[in-house]
Design a protein around this ligand. Structure first.
Ligand code: URP
Length: 384
């Protein structure tokens, strides 16, 4: 962990000559994000509480008929607090405490909608394939302790909260799901969205614990815009991203837990590409830190058994429909990214690029319906 690179953006800032840096950043990130000035008390509190606080803003063009729809979006990445061998209730309570500290600062920064990382109330223990005590971290998505905790925060700070948890669905035979719960700024549970695509790669043994979600591509109408959640591995599936856009999402959150050796080259591309392809804002949020487990586990690759998953590299960022993006949060530290966006940009980009108008959905619907049939023959043209 001590050897981990802290931030790619810091390296660029340190090593690119100042007169070239702006142009390099424009080429890499697009031109529209500028630094957002955040309240001094919030900056101080974040420093005291030892997490990075970064703020960026992007604007849309002024329209004659629609007022600007300016929203502040918060993305949180954090390490676990206690060792994974600590009692379940203590681990969870420590994480609740940490999130309460970060959300208070988010409120001072005027955040309207905030999202936490995937299964934020627990270590990402699915690598172990041990059922207990990890299944004990599950809770009701309607009235579990984390949901009640988030409802209080949502009401107190007038903030929409997206809380990704390990869900226990008692009404349906106690099944488990990987679920994001959306809590309105009134404190009401607006609903839930389950992870559609469950990984079968590396140590991500999540299919041992829960099955593919059955909530489709729900979009939640909030006071601050229409939002949706594409959980972690779903970001590798362009059709998953697309369906949230088709259903009208203006911001799609991607709460994740992923490690550097596996996915880091894909990370800056996928959510950003989704924002471009679907004319919405996409918010990629990754866990941070290295989590160690008491029992060793193997990765089925002939290598020795080990105690940890590898390093969760954070690097959370927001991408806009015009292709621009914010710099990423740190690869090693807890952080809160605050981004001010104008949701009018979604339609403005649709008018400019016409991706939806040129999407030919009818053609793909027909081709896909044929491709999944038993007698399907790929239309490969060969020389005779
Ligand atoms: N949590 C999760 O789905 N991780 C899978 C690995 C990845 O998508 O990078």
């Amino acid at each position: 962990m001590g050897d981990e690179l802290k931030s790619v953006d810091d390296v660029l800032r340190e090593h690119i000559p100042p007169e070239k840096l702006r142009e390099v950043q424009r080429v890499l990130y697009g031109s529209s994000f500028s630094k957002l000035s955040l309240p001094a008390e919030a900056v101080k509190l974040a420093e005291e509480r030892k997490f990075e606080l970064a703020g960026y803003g992007t604007q849309a063009g002024r329209e004659q008929l629609r007022p600007a729809r300016v929203v502040r979006v918060g993305a949180v990445q954090n390490k676990i607090i206690l060792p994974t061998s600590a009692p379940v209730a203590e681990q969870m309570a420590a994480l609740h405490g940490r999130i309460a500290e970060i959300v208070e600062v988010a409120a001072m920064c005027g955040v309207n909608i905030i999202c936490f990382q995937e299964t934020w109330t627990m270590p990402f223990a699915f690598c172990t394939r041990e059922k207990q005590p990890w299944c004990e971290f599950s809770e009701s998505a309607e009235d579990g302790p984390t949901i009640t905790f988030c409802q209080e925060l949502a009401k107190k700070y007038n903030m929409v909260i997206i809380s990704p948890i390990l869900e226990r669905d008692a009404a349906h035979g106690d099944i488990l799901a990987n679920t994001a719960v959306v809590i309105s700024n009134s404190g009401t549970v607006l609903g839930k969205s389950r992870k559609n695509h469950i990984p079968r790669v590396g140590d991500f043994n999540e299919s041992t614990y829960y099955i593919e979600g059955n909530t489709g591509h729900r979009v939640f109408q909030t006071q601050f815009g229409k939002i949706a959640i594409n959980i972690c591995y779903g970001r590798h599936h362009p059709l998953n991203w697309m369906m949230y856009g088709i259903n009208g999402a203006e911001i799609v959150f991607n709460p994740s837990a992923t490690v550097g050796a596996l996915s880091e080259p894909m990370w800056p591309i996928e959510a950003r590409n989704a924002a471009i392809a679907n004319s919405y804002f996409a918010v990629a949020i990754n866990r941070v830190g290295t989590e160690s487990f008491e029992s060793e586990f193997t990765s089925g690759d002939g290598k020795k058994a080990h105690h940890d998953f590898g390093h969760f590299y954070g690097s959370s960022y927001l991408a806009a429909p015009d292709g621009s993006r914010t710099p990423g949060l740190s690869r090693v530290d807890d952080g809160l990214l605050v981004t001010e966006v104008d949701l009018n940009l979604c339609r403005q980009v649709k008018d400019k690029w016409c991706f939806r108008m040129t999407a030919r959905l009818d053609m793909y619907a027909e081709s896909l319906a044929y491709a999944i049939q038993d007698g399907y023959q790929p239309p490969v043209v060969k020389e005779t």
